[in-house]
Design a protein around this ligand. Sequence first.
Ligand SMILES: C[S@@+](CC[C@H](N)C(=O)[O-])C[C@H]1O[C@@H](n2cnc3c(N)ncnc32)[C@H](O)[C@@H]1O
Ligand code: SF4
Length: 388
Amino acid sequence: MAAGVMGAGTMSLGGFGIYAHWPYCSAICPYCDFNVRRDRGGDHSALLEAIIADLAGHAARIETRGATSLFVGGGTPSLMAAGDVARLIAAARDLFELRDDAEITLECNPEDRARFADLQAAGVTRFSLGLQALRGAGLLFLGRRHSVREGLAAVEAATATGARISIDLIYGRDGQSPEDWRAELAEALALGIEHLSAYQLTIEAGTPFARAVARGRMRVADSDRSADLYAATQETCAAAGFEGYEISNHARGAAAQSRHNLVYWRGGDWVGVGPGAHGRIAMGGVRTATRAHADPLAYTRAVAETGVGWESAEALDNAAIAQEIVLMGLRLREGVDRRRWAALTGGPDAAQLDGFIAHGLVIATEDTIRLTEAGRPVADRIAAALLG
Ligand SMILES: C[S@@+](CC[C@H](N)C(=O)[O-])C[C@H]1O[C@@H](n2cnc3c(N)ncnc32)[C@H](O)[C@@H]1O
Ligand code: SF4
């Protein structure tokens, strides 16, 4: 793969990805703080054109080519017309030499299952299905619009296309016990899927859920309950043959891992287009963090005026790069590339590292630093300490 300038800061290690954000959803879920907008049935063709033009704007500014993955996330990109998805894929192929064997993921809501066959025919190779729960009470609690039966039908519809399937589930829902969660999760893992993202419910500031918690109308799992739910997740997935290759992500074998997300976790480069999208690209040999305008209109205007949708493009210094690769990499079972960390900032704080090793939380070799099972639930705290 060709890359701009390679060094400890600019890396295409583990692939080069493209992320495209589609912000529209039929309804906004009360827990969600992604960059989303209610789809009121308007014409979004200007946004699609802007996203494609933004890709071209990136291609004119960076030399990196040979994309190994395209991830269309949201929002709800399964609301996009299949023809529009095909155009996006074609643009990624033309502009970034998206490889023939690239992983092309689309995030889908179960309500859109009747369109999965067309989306697969448009080039999607992997469906990421937002099931969220396999219990009616759980879906109701989360304010979802689909039923358990519709969720299962969505898995069937995706399976029929022959594409790879990942599902998202949210645990730590109101009153959910580890036993209930184990049973629900085991059912999900038996659906013939190859990948699971299991997220603990996060109460995000400014959401209806945050207001409900503030008013005492909703309970959140305390830290003991959270730890039990996390342990139940790891054990149930392992028993079903799903390896927890990242803290929230489990795959049935290495080939089933999310190639696109591995680019983020391994500190690789990706282009981010669409409202609010983040990217990490090599510009003139410098690792650069891009953030697109969040508002679809402002984004579309920026692309028209400047050629790209950036609200900011910031060159990252070595300390900032090290911080990112450590925070991300420690989430992976394989750990952080120790040599790259050393080249950036000299590597981890030696005294902290020795302490964590002695406490059985970290394993260090010449090449990698990774967490033990005991260390994984406290990855962020360990990362902060090692970064000094
Ligand atoms: C950006 S959403 C898009 C998925 C798709 N629109 C859907 O809702 O099914 C990606 C995933 O983030 C997870 N998620 C969103 N908000 C969350 C929260 N507050 N806590 C935990 N997980 C969350 C959900 O599992 C969701 O499927
Ligand atoms: S969870 Fe999915 S459907 Fe719900 S608001 Fe967020 S992106 Fe939209």
